[in-house]
Design a protein around this ligand. Structure first.
Ligand code: ADP
Ligand code: MG
Length: 680
């Protein structure tokens, strides 16, 4: 066939058109064939009937059976979108929402963003015409703010319910509630083959519709002894499979972007060294921040004679199905949020995944044929060191955001909210306390005017407080930029393994006094103004252009909301003090004492992240954006806080003078003494 815009000698225009048409026809036909081949297809009519008969239906089906891509289409085909009503389908992950929407738009034969679209935070790819909307669970939650009864929806599908994300859990309670006074609303709760009885029970014994799956046997192999370095073990295993095993693609589960990139680099490097001794190995990463054109690549068919290896986070566990996987490599870890309700400290920790997860992962190998799963841990560890299931996120996360949202929806009694699994009492209390400290709630726990404005911004309460406070300090221009840069977190600087020194030098050039927030502001200003938003310039300075583009989009959207919450946008022109006063999260304060940094409120030992511009300087008072636990409790994105009087000025109701008193000042080592002098 003629390639679009390519040479066309020998064909007249009419013929070309006809051929192009028939090509589209062929694609369409094969798409319809694929659709009919999915396990859900034979149950199409039964399913539609069940939906007609019941308001709430639980749908259980093996991953890859067509729940996410097909069921919304069946609903569209049978007229649930009549009168411009929408069908909404939630996904816990951004990537899944985007990727599935793209696939379905293709299947329906429309441009993405028209009839079929998606909506994720800071990115709305829908239009007036959109009737099928894929979105993150968090976005549907926010829609309650503008449309408390979801009146524009005829069907809401809570997909991937088994993931039990915080937002999905809250949606359960809210949707169960509105379903009572909206009898015309259909609610579908879709889940992999896990936990469906519990969902049914929660939704007043709603019936469960089971889609029988097709599963081929999967042989499971364990290691004899624990692996010291699971990343290296993954690389070796992939190469072994590639060299010794029959054709079939391979899926590797790792915990995050950095690991995945390292793994891909190592694989590519070793393949290069082996050269023509081995057949081609296509190495493809997939993780949340991967640009969408790269995301799409994992779905393209593997050319004959080569093998594809997809290196993924647990997004590939149930959210995305890649056809053709025969081999799965599972090191048995995932990155998990955990929360200390006593100190309010949230951390992201690499932990062993649950047995349920491990079994889902193994299942990915048996979708198209008999497969093999290589577990890089011992059978003993599987039995004794892994939990049966993952603890729902609601029980291991900060609830500030959700509590603020629920309060804005007029739900005051949170203790008696209809939770499927309630959060720990202390966590709820702490969230209320923090919102009170931020001024979002009054002493009766009622939403204040400030709180109402804070809830309008789609960011964490601390960040929205910072944006709102910036007006008073006349630095909202700068603070908006910092907020935008913080929300593309940790993906601004590019640090390729073979150019570490260059990259670090480039980064050093952006350092300005005051701390990381000021550095982020400086990077943004340089990229947007000095360099004229140049890709080349970013490349030369080891800045990820994509992240800058995203920061720009986020900033634009936040700025667009300023009007609505009545914040005047003004600029502090170069003076960093007001910015730093609000840039910080006042209860994220740490103080340097003899043994190192300790948080002010809870006296917990914390460390400056090595990537920080203040790593060497070690100023006396610091405010940090977040704490992450990798090898230690690291503060990421820190800025200098001049002294305790700032804290008293910004948060007089939260800090008492006594807490801030300097008990160790006399014994300060010299270096720290110097920092203190500078700050007066
Ligand atoms: P389930 O939701 O039941 O897990 P899905 O509807 O996600 O199943 O998947 C059904 C089929 O659609 C699978 O064969 C999967 O490979 C295919 N699919 C899903 N997303 C894409 C995509 N972006 N590109 C190509 N195929 C896709
Ligand atoms: Mg799905």
């Amino acid at each position: 066939f003629v390639s679009p815009g390519g040479s066309s000698e020998g064909h007249g225009a009419g013929e070309r058109e006809r051929m192009a048409l028939s090509q589209a026809e062929v694609v369409k036909q094969s798409i319809q064939e694929v659709r009919r081949s999915l396990p859900v297809f034979p149950y199409r009519e039964d399913l539609l009937l069940a939906i007609q008969q019941h308001q709430i239906l639980i749908i259980e089906g093996e991953t890859g059976s067509g729940k996410t891509t097909q069921i919304p289409q069946y609903l569209m085909e049978s007229g649930y979108n009549e009168g411009g009503m929408k069908i909404g389908c939630t996904q816990p992950r951004r990537v899944a929402a985007m990727s599935v929407a793209a696939r379905v738009a293709q299947e329906v034969g429309v441009k993405l963003g028209n009839e079929v679209g998606y909506s994720i935070r800071f990115e709305d790819c829908t239009s007036e015409r959109t009737v099928l909307k894929y979105m993150t669970d968090g976005m549907l939650l926010r829609e309650f703010l503008t449309e408390p009864d979801l009146a524009s929806y005829s069907v809401v599908i809570i997909d991937e319910a088994h993931e039990r994300t915080l937002h999905t859990d809250i949606l359960f309670g809210l949707i169960k509630d509105i379903a009572r006074f909206r009898p015309d609303l259909k609610v579908l709760v879709a889940s992999a083959t896990l936990d469906t009885e519990r969902f049914s029970c929660f939704f007043d014994d709603a019936p469960v519709f089971r889609i029988p799956g097709r599963r081929f046997p999967v042989d499971i192999f364990y290691t004899k002894a624990p692996e010291a370095d699971y990343l290296e073990a993954c690389v070796v295993s992939v190469l072994q499979i590639h060299v010794t095993q029959p054709p079939g693609d391979c899926l590797v589960f790792l915990t995050g972007q950095e690991e995945i990139e390292t793994c891909c680099e190592l694989l590519q490097e070793r393949c290069r060294r082996l050269g023509s001794k081995i057949s081609e190995l296509l190495v493809l990463p997939i993780y949340a921040n991967l640009p969408s054109d790269m995301q799409a690549k994992i779905f393209s068919p593997t050319p004959p004679g080569s093998r594809k290896v997809v290196v993924a986070t647990n997004i590939a566990e149930t959210s995305l199905t890649i056809d053709g996987i025969i081999y799965v490599i599972d090191p048995g870890f995932c990155k998990q949020k955990s929360y200390n309700a006593r100190t309010g400290m949230e951390s992201l920790i690499v932990t062993p995944c649950s047995r349920a997860s491990a079994n889902q992962r193994a299942g990915r190998a048996g979708r198209v044929a008999a497969g093999k799963c290589f577990r890089l841990y011992t059978a003993w560890a599987f039995k004794h060191e892994m939990e049966e299931t993952t603890v729902p996120e609601i029980q291991r996360t900060n609830l500030g955001n959700v509590v603020l949202l629920l309060k804005s929806l007029g739900i005051n009694d949170l203790i008696h909210f209809d939770f499927m699994d309630p959060p720990p009492h202390e966590t709820l209390v702490l969230a209320l306390e923090q919102l009170y400290a931020l001024g979002a709630l009054n002493h009766l726990g009622e939403l204040t005017k400030l709180g109402r404005r804070m809830a309008e911004l789609p960011v964490d309460p601390m960040l929205s407080k910072m944006i709102l406070a910036s007006e008073q300090y006349k630095c909202s221009e700068q603070v908006l930029t910092i907020a935008a840069m913080l929300s593309v977190n940790n993906s601004i600087f590019y640090r390729p393994k073979d150019k570490v020194v260059h990259a670090d030098n480039a980064r050093q050039n952006f350092v300005v006094p005051g701390g990381d927030h000021m550095v982020l502001l400086n990077v943004y200003t340089q990229v947007m103004i000095m360099s004229g938003y140049s890709t080349q310039w970013c490349y030369e300075n080891f800045i990820q252009f994509r992240s800058m583009k995203r920061a720009r989009d986020v900033r634009e959207q936040l700025e667009g909301l300023m009007d609505r919450i009545e914040v005047e946008v003004c600029s502090s022109e170069g003076d960093s003090v007001p910015i730093r006063k609000v840039a910080g999260y006042f209860y994220h304060t740490a103080r340097l004492s003899k043994g190192g940094y300790k948080t002010v409120k809870h006296q917990q030992t914390v460390y400056v992240h090595p990537n920080s511009s203040l790593f060497e300087e070690q100023p006396r008072w610091l405010i940090y954006h977040e704490l992450v636990f990798t090898t230690k409790e690291f503060m990421r994105q820190v800025c200098i806080n001049a002294n305790s009087s700032w804290l008293l000025e910004v948060a007089p109701h939260y800090y008492k003078n006594k807490e801030l008193e300097d008990s160790s000042s006399k014994k300060m080592p010299r270096k720290q003494g110097k920092a203190k002098e500078e700050l007066g």
